[in-house]
Design a protein. Structure first.
Length: 148
């Protein structure tokens, strides 16, 4: 989760580990109920193969993690003060901060956040031999569809 100016706005950043594909989840609140419902809604339509697990840091916003686990998406927690356990997510949070620097409110407009995510997902990455995360993600979804 990335928090905006004065802690009054926030967005959840979900990163698929293989492709480094980013999904931005607008949050109406930072409480566990709001975050849980938003994460469930954002991950609901994803193929099962991609929804293998969710790793989160140890914030109070995941106090109701059992509601997410009940949907078939197990939640794991990184050790406190161990950002390297969520390296892909931390790197994408840094890229997200190019659009919303610290001290700036984060919009909850899903269309604008989708545009930001699309821009980030369309950046070629060295780790993927200069393919885009959106291309790798599409390949994963297609491979999953062909095995069903």
């Amino acid at each position: 989760m990335v928090i905006g100016k004065g802690g009054k706005s926030a967005v959840a950043t979900l990163v698929e580990r293989t492709s480094r594909f980013l999904i931005l989840v607008p949050l109406i609140g930072r409480d566990s109920l709001s975050v849980g419902e938003a994460v469930i809604a954002a991950t609901h339509g994803l193929p099962t193969q991609i929804r293998r697990s969710l790793t989160w840091d140890c914030g109070a916003e995941m106090a109701r993690h059992a509601t997410i686990t009940a949907t078939g998406l197990p939640v794991f927690f990184a050790y406190p003060h161990s950002p390297w356990e969520r390296g892909s997510n931390e790197n994408l949070n840094r890229i997200f901060r190019e659009f919303f620097p610290k001290g700036v409110p984060i919009t909850s407009d899903p269309n604008y956040l989708a545009m930001v995510a699309s821009d980030i997902n369309d950046r070629p990455r060295k780790i993927h031999n200069w393919k885009k995360p959106s291309e790798i993600f599409a390949e994963l979804v297609e491979a999953n569809a062909s095995t069903d």
